[in-house]
Design a protein around this ligand. Structure first.
Ligand code: DC
Length: 238
């Protein structure tokens, strides 16, 4: 893979937690000089806003009212993770257990999704306007946010493997508890009425259970080249 290669257009990366989605999407964007959008971080920031307002995450009307008042900004530099809620850097806090526990019900609220999807589309249009590229990760990118994305990937892995990765990442010993939490969130995210997590009909499904990050990254890069999305800067051709 060349460091100078450039991406044009949108690569949609969807899938459940623990599939290596974030690491791979971020590294793919960095290696191709592209922008990167973590849509999960936007739902997490909205959830933090709800918790800070003292609102029950399952009270959908109150949740949408709070989120409509929140000002959420996400950076698109793959090397700098930055999320602001009403001007405050909450990049670390949105990864905490309180937000992780409450994010599924908040992200199931239709007006919340409408607001955030509109903002995601604005960011994507902006990033691709002058022939640039962006890697966007989430649960509904290929199905709802950018249904015409030229490359859609849906990453999967067994629940055991995903729980083990999450436990290692968070430095937690109780893998069984993490697995229960991961499965609970998957069930919720896959069964909600609006934009449930699922692979788009034209997505490439990739099981990452037995693959390390470099292997997954290599496959995604190869797919982007095959789809004609990678401009090889040195040779000036795709
Ligand atoms: O990727 P993550 O774990 O940070 O996502 C947090 C939650 O946000 C996840 O439980 C589902 C939700 N989400 C969503 O509904 N749609 C997206 N495009 C991204 C995330």
């Amino acid at each position: 893979m060349q460091q100078d290669d450039g991406l044009r257009g949108v690569v949609a990366v969807d899938g459940p937690a623990g599939t290596g989605k974030s690491t791979v999407a971020r590294r793919l964007a960095a290696s191709l000089g592209a922008r990167y959008l973590d849509t999960g971080a936007m739902y997490r920031a909205a959830t933090l806003g709800v918790l800070r307002a003292g609102v029950d995450p399952t009270e959908s009307t109150a949740v949408s009212e709070v989120v409509a008042q929140c000002h959420i900004e996400v950076g698109t530099d793959p090397d700098i993770f930055r999320v602001l809620l009403d001007g405050e850097d909450v990049s670390r806090e949105i990864r905490g257990p309180a937000v992780t526990l409450a994010v599924s019900p908040v992200s199931a609220v239709s007006p919340v999704r409408e607001l955030l999807v509109a903002e995601q589309r604005r960011i994507i249009v902006d990033a691709t306007a002058a022939g640039g590229g962006i890697v966007v990760e989430g649960r509904d990118i290929g199905t709802v946010v950018v249904p015409d994305a030229p490359l859609k990937v849906f990453l999967t892995a067994t629940a055991a493997q995903r729980a083990a990765r999450r436990a290692a990442q968070d430095g937690v010993d109780d893998v069984a508890e993490i697995r229960r939490a991961v499965e609970r969130r998957d069930r919720f995210d896959s069964s909600r009425a609006m934009s449930p997590m699922c692979a788009a009909a034209d997505a490439v499904e990739l099981d990452t259970t037995a693959l390390d990050v470099d292997a997954v990254l290599g496959k995604l890069h190869e797919l982007a080249v095959v789809r004609g999305l990678v401009v090889l800067a040195a040779r000036g051709r795709t």
